[in-house]
Design a binder for this molecule. Structure first.
Ligand SMILES: Nc1ncnc2c1ncn2[C@@H]1O[C@H](COP(=O)(O)OP(=O)(O)OP(=O)(O)O)[C@@H](O)[C@H]1O
Ligand SMILES: O=C(O)[C@H](O)COP(=O)(O)O
Length: 403
């Protein structure tokens, strides 16, 4: 894999450099609630701009449906990037259309532009190779060189991540180099006990990784939205909690395999429930109560692990030598459902373990809940990406950067 340092040594003055970043930041309306992913790509963008490149930054944000949707505009992220860089950043209101073409053509050496959300174009995420390729051709027309630095998205075989680097000279940015450097340690020489804590809302993505993790981790602690599919697989009532029905069979098999192989697969023993998903803007009290896991009311939704689970999970983390944590334990954005996530973050800090926190929302949770991000071993910008890396999978966005 060629690195950005090699590109800088070759010289970039006057070259149009396409930086595929992951600026998929949490938003409340148009306000960025955590800018960690923008700060993470600064070293790459700064180095290129200072070396005289014409930098074109692109990213996805959220999961719009292949067409423009103002709720998912990258404009706030572009503005924040400009503030952090301390320079004016141009913003193109489309990704490969007239606005992008004229914005990029207007860049002078050392200037930076952001183009609109890649996923406003159906070609970005298309399953069909030709459709993705056609979109990648249009992206390629915007640049002379490609720098991959969107670590959080390297597990996606999308046009800007996988197809575009094949069309341009390509290099890995500083963020990807750092992330891979740290995560490699967890795959090659992991210190045990190795504890993995999993939560969050991307249930179908994350249930799939447990298959591989069962052969690697000593303990797996399950929280967040995915916990309820496990509880349901054990025959418990889960009310209106998140459920991945099509994976109930797989989950039952994980439970059986864990039992046979001696891996501890730890499930919540209680939950904080409420009648409905809370209003994250008003943060009004949500009528939350704690119930034991085998007495969840049919008309309630599980939104956090309960007080006994917090203690249990902290005890399972206390003696770990390595902890990898991805996915909040509950809907931490609302104070009534933040305690599980706080307890796990605190347990990581109280342990002597090498701790890695992965994921856009997990990293944001740590900072928003007031923890010192420097107290953790590593805060990864990738959730799904880091999990799939730890599984030992070939990640499309890393494979595409190989020579
Ligand atoms: N029980 C639950 N029900 C519904 N949503 C939940 C529950 N527990 C946590 N969440 C939500 O999960 C979201 C984060 O999940 P997600 O899987 O995206 O994690 P992540 O750390 O951002 O990883 P990635 O980087 O892969 O996206 C938070 O917004 C949180 O509110
Ligand atoms: O938040 C993430 O994990 C990355 O930005 C990838 O987003 P995606 O899961 O929507 O592809």
């Amino acid at each position: 894999m060629k690195t950005i340092d090699e590109l800088l040594a070759e010289g970039v003055t006057g070259k149009r450099v396409f930086v595929r970043a992951d600026l998929n930041v949490p938003l409340s309306g148009t306000t960025i609630t955590d800018d960690g992913r923008i700060r993470a790509v600064l070293p790459t963008v700064k180095a290129l701009a200072e070396a005289g490149a014409r930098v074109v930054v692109a990213s996805h944000l959220g999961r719009p449906k292949g067409a423009p949707d103002p709720a998912f505009s990258l404009a706030p992220a572009a503005a924040r990037l400009g503030e952090l860089l301390g320079v004016e950043v141009q913003f193109a209101t489309d990704t490969v259309g007239e606005s992008a073409a004229s914005t990029v053509a207007g860049l002078t050496d050392g200037q930076v532009a952001v183009v609109e959300n890649l996923r406003f174009n159906a070609g970005e995420t298309a399953k069909d190779d030709a459709e993705r390729g056609a979109f990648a051709d249009r992206l390629a027309a915007l640049a002379d060189v490609y720098v991959g630095d969107g670590f959080g998205a390297v597990h996606r075989g999308h046009a800007s991540v996988f197809d575009l680097p094949a069309r341009l000279p390509h290099y890995a940015g500083y963020l990807i180099a750092t992330e891979v450097g740290v995560l490699k340690k967890l795959t090659e020489d992991v210190q045990r006990p190795y504890v993995v804590a999993l939560g969050g809302a991307k249930v179908s993505d994350k249930l799939a990784v447990i298959d591989q993790l069962l052969g690697k981790a000593d303990r797996i602690l399950i929280g967040g939205g995915m916990a309820y599919t496990f509880l349901k697989a054990k025959g418990l009532e889960i009310g209106s909690s998140l459920l991945q029905e099509d994976q109930l069979g797989a989950v039952a098999e994980y439970l059986e395999r864990a039992e046979k192989t001696g891996v501890e697969l730890v499930l919540p023993v209680d939950a904080v429930v409420a009648p409905a998903f809370p209003d994250l803007k008003s943060k009004d009290p949500a009528d939350a109560t704690a119930v034991v896991a085998d007495a969840m009311p049919t008309d309630q939704m599980g939104l956090d692990i309960g007080p006994e689970s917090r203690k249990l999970y902290a005890s399972k983390i206390a003696d770990a030598a390595t902890v990898f944590w991805n996915g909040p334990m509950g809907v931490f954005e609302h104070p009534d459902f933040a305690e599980g996530t706080k307890a796990v973050a605190q347990a990581l800090l109280d342990s002597q373990a090498f701790t890695v926190v992965g994921g856009g929302d997990s990293a944001a949770a740590v900072r928003i809940l007031g923890f010192d991000e420097n107290a953790f071993g590593h805060i990864s910008t990738g959730g799904g990406a880091s999990l799939e890396y730890l599984e030992g999978k070939t990640l499309p966005g890393l494979a595409a950067l190989e020579d």
